[in-house]
Each structure stands twice: as C-alpha cells, then as structure tokens.
Design a protein around this ligand. Sequence first.
Ligand code: ADE
Length: 228
Amino acid sequence: MRIDIISVVPKLMESFFAHSIIKRGAEAGHVEVVLHDLRDYSLSKHRQVDDYAFGGGAGMVLSIEPIARCIRHLQSQRTYDEVIYMTPDGEPFNQRIANTLSLKGNLIFLCGHYKGVDQRVRDLFITKEISIGDFVLSGGELAAAVCADAIIRLIPGVLNDETSALTDSFQDNLLAPPVYTRPAEFEGHQIPEILLSGHEAKIIEWRFEQALERTKQRRPDLLDDSVF
Ligand code: ADE
C-alpha cells in the first residue's frame, strides 16, 4: 500500500511516520507513506496556498489550484482507490472503515487547515470524507496520522503475532478484556486465578466474558449491531 498525505505543515507528521509500527511496516515493504507540502504546488511567488473566503467572514480557505495540481500529479503516476479529506464534518472514523481501507492499494489523504478547503475540491476530487471525532483540530494532520496508523497496523505482515490486531478492542465490536503481567501479586492484589490455570479454553472463555461485560458497562451502543 502507498499512502500520500497532502498538507501545509507536513513536518507535523514527519517524526510520527519515522517511528514505531509504521516504520517497521515501511521497512518490510508493506507500506510507503509519502508526505507532500502543498506549498510546493503553489505557483505564487510567496508559495501562497490560501485566500480570503468569498462573501466575507473570518478565516482563510485553502485554494483549489495547488490542491488540484498536487492530486493530479499523484494520479498521473498511479491509480488511487480513495482520495480522502480529513474534516470534522466527515463520516465518523471507526474500526470497520480502518479494516476496509487496509485492503486498498493506494490512498491519498488531504489535510484541511484554517477554514478548510474550497468546496469545489470536495466536489471534484474527494471520494471520501472522514472525521476522527466531534471536536475541531487546528488541521487535519493529526487526524490523518490517526487514520493512517489504524489502517497500516491492519495490513497483513505489519504486526507480528505478539501484537496481532485480531485481539484489539472493536475488532469484533467488543472492547478488549483486561490484561495482566508479572508479578502475579502486587501489594496484596492478585491477578485472576484462571490466568494461572494453564487451561487455554477456559482462559479464552474468561476473556470473552470479560470483554462482553466491559462492553456492556462502557459501550453498550457497540452491542446494538453485534452478534453477541
Ligand atoms: N480536521 C479538524 N478537525 C478534524 C476532525 N475532528 N477530524 C478530522 N479532520 C479534522
């Protein structure tokens, strides 16, 4: 998979993508993340990429020309499955969307800034709009990094068995069960006995029950359309 991210502040994401799981995925050849500075696609002397909103009002709007130039340049080199705009009025991101996108070949993420992008960008180039929650960030960069992380870790081969995504919260509409490590007793607080039993089937059952209970307590909404 190749992920291209277009932004006015690509530096914000540089160190994020140079580390952790994503770096491992890149080194193993599973994914390539390429950051693009929108200003490189501006034709103006001062590399301007925004302008005042028609009709007035506070805040600048990202102009269509540099964005069109950047997206068209990328699309002339390969086919993209989705051109995604990160915006608080997009579809709420979740594990189902992450799963779907992790099966795609190439993705473009466009990060909004200031008051957002000229609506014509959305009408002409964007195939999917994603929000990471009901709050407004100063730009789409952190949101794109969040989505890319959630997607990349699902690409087969990126995680090893130890960190397998299959047991994550949300993967089957359940929150993850509690986990414990050594010591088995800390200041009188014991870990659940069953985890020391060595009885694998019983441990699996216990984990499932814990996951179900935790989901009922904390996120009953997740159970509405689940099989449990
Ligand atoms: N840009 C600003 N806020 C955002 C949000 N909540 N989700 C996605 N992109 C954003």
